[in-house]
Design a protein around this ligand. Structure first.
Ligand SMILES: *Cc1c(COP(=O)(O)O)cnc(C)c1O
Length: 246
């Protein structure tokens, strides 16, 4: 099987997994967007994937993503790539992230909101963001604690430059996919509470949750975006600790 055939087959498998989980949950598969997590995946391979379908890509490291975005831009493809940032964002990298991302899913603190607003005001535009919530009770993980989401959302909504599109979480890893369910459910409850607050400028409908190992559970719990890497591109050479705190 050629590399492209393998890629197509993997994507079909993932789409079938999403479809059957959606069916079980009485949801429509079209209401779940597949975002491809491309950390360590070379630009040429991202371009092959884009030729199959106009997927959204997610990068963890600002500079790794920017390099890929530039390479793809230079290829002048018929479908331009769309990028979300899904990894921890340091305030001193905000300027670089804003050069290529459409959405930052990993917003998790006041200081970052302020820095984003400052830079976006300077550029005279607005940006889609999502708030990352730490639902796994692991102190090591990034994300705002669930009980602080409301305060962060209120602050974010006070900036005209930031459009809150939803919430993101990384599920509990390791054991079984089921281990992630309570965290996913908690994210959905957080989202529902936020919506009920009716904060002006805050419409957090999206739930970004679920990865290669637990996407079915996430779809059952209401995910509108699942973020998949390994199941499409294969195992990564770097351990995830290189991208996440451990
Ligand atoms: C790597 C990564 C994913 C995808 O994980 P896989 O297990 O490879 O599917 C999803 N979300 C984030 C934040 C990631 O860093």
């Amino acid at each position: 099987m050629s590399e492209i055939q393998a890629l197509r087959a993997n994507l079909q498998t993932i789409e079938a997994r999403i479809a059957s989980a959606a069916e079980r949950a009485g949801r429509r598969a079209e209401d779940v967007t597949l975002l491809l997590a491309t950390k360590t995946v070379p630009a040429a391979r991202v371009a092959q994937t884009l030729a199959i379908n106009p997927y959204i890509f997610g990068e963890n490291k600002v500079l790794e993503g920017e390099e890929k975005a530039q390479t793809l831009d230079a290829m002048d493809l018929s479908t331009p790539a769309r990028w979300h940032l899904i990894g921890h964002l340091q305030t001193n990298k905000v300027k670089y992230a804003l050069r290529y991302v459409d959405c930052i899913q990993s917003v998790d603190r006041f200081r970052l909101l302020e820095r984003l607003d400052q830079r976006l005001q300077f550029e005279g535009r607005a940006l889609d963001i999502m708030l990352q919530v730490n639902t796994s009770q692991e102190a090591s993980k990034y994300g705002v604690p669930p009980e602080e989401v409301l305060a962060l959302a209120r602050r974010a909504a006070s900036f005209d430059t930031l459009r809150i599109r939803g919430l993101m979480t990384i599920g509990k890893l390791g054991q079984s996919a089921e281990a992630a369910r309570p965290g996913f459910r908690q994210l959905r409850e957080c989202r529902d509470r936020l919506l009920a607050e009716g904060i002006e400028g805050c419409e957090p409908h999206e739930l970004s949750m679920g990865m290669s190992g637990d996407l079915e559970v996430a779809v059952e719990e209401g995910a509108t975006i699942v973020r998949v890497g390994t199941a499409v591109f294969g195992e990564r050479a770097y351990p995830d600790a290189y991208y996440w705190p451990s």
